[in-house]
Design a protein around this ligand. Structure first.
Ligand SMILES: [Zn+2]
Ligand SMILES: [Zn+2]
Length: 273
């Protein structure tokens, strides 16, 4: 089986408003998104399909065909539209990223040719995306940022071994990074709000439980959790998962970008050692 993906972009407007609720209640639940006049996003949709390789052509399916099929749906149903008003599916459903990706899954998967839909990822902006993968519930990933210093040094290794493994990252004073944190939750969108999680509540939990403790800190010296732990990104991403999981029952995984080139992920499956 081979997997390939094609990106399709579109712009659309939406508003988060439950008709039966008062203006105040909508504002309380959806914040700025409740503006009935709407607001908009430049969405990026990544379409991943799977299929068998044709030995004759050397391809599974022409990516131009995916672009044409998906592009036609996106163009007629979403692009340049006020989704709530101009797409019948969303007349009684809030067009959250989670609901839009589910809608796109239902719409795209039956019409693909010579391949099957494997995964859809819809980016609403660089800090929020929803993912729908075959056999799985939809998930939502929110990206956060913090800066911190650390020193890579293990108490279980000798001075020479530490220097050998960690090189200049073993500098006794430490060094720092611009970290980006991906927090992913999965579940069925709430039938009324269309959300897997209340984003304001999620932001609040991440800020209180993680960012306030780590941002602009020296991980080894300022953060209790790393008193006896070597703050490698493998360890940091797990510590962050453990900070969040008691507060977020549908937490699926945490991802940590140490730099733009280094990414680490932890899904709560414990240590193998
Ligand atoms: Zn929006
Ligand atoms: Zn480092």
């Amino acid at each position: 089986m081979r997997y390939l993906s094609r990106r399709v972009d579109f712009s659309a407007m939406h508003s988060y408003e439950v008709a039966e609720w008062s203006k105040e209640k909508n504002k309380e639940v959806f914040g700025l998104c409740s503006n009935p006049h709407g607001h908009g996003h430049d969405y990026q949709l990544e379409v991943m399909v799977k299929g068998n390789l044709s030995t004759q052509s050397g391809i599974v399916v022409n990516t131009v065909d995916i672009k044409d099929i998906v592009g036609k749906i996106v163009e007629s149903e979403l692009d340049g539209k006020f989704i709530n008003k101009e797409n019948a599916y969303f007349h009684n459903k809030i067009p959250t990223t989670e609901n839009i990706v589910n809608y796109l899954w239902e719409t795209i998967s039956p019409v693909l040719k010579d391949c099957e839909l494997h995964r859809l990822q819809l980016h609403e902006n660089p800090f929020l995306f929803a993912t729908k993968e075959e056999g799985n519930m939809v998930s939502l990933t929110r990206k956060y940022h913090f800066c911190a210093a650390h020193r890579l040094h293990s108490n279980k290794l000798t001075k020479e071994e530490n220097l050998n493994i960690f090189g200049k990252c073993n500098n006794p004073f430490g060094h720092g990074h611009n970290y980006y944190l991906d927090v992913t939750l999965s579940g069925e969108p709430n039938p009324i709000t269309g959300m897997i999680v209340d984003l304001a509540r999620l932001d609040d939990i991440v800020e209180t439980q993680v960012l306030n403790k780590l941002d602009h800190k020296h991980l080894n010296l300022d953060v209790e959790e790393f008193k006896d732990l070597n703050p490698t990104s493998e360890v940091v991403v797990q510590v962050i998962y453990d900070m969040l999981s008691p507060h977020l029952p549908n937490l699926q995984k945490t991802g940590l970008w140490e730099t733009e080139k280094n990414f680490f992920e932890y899904a709560g499956n414990g240590d193998s050692n």
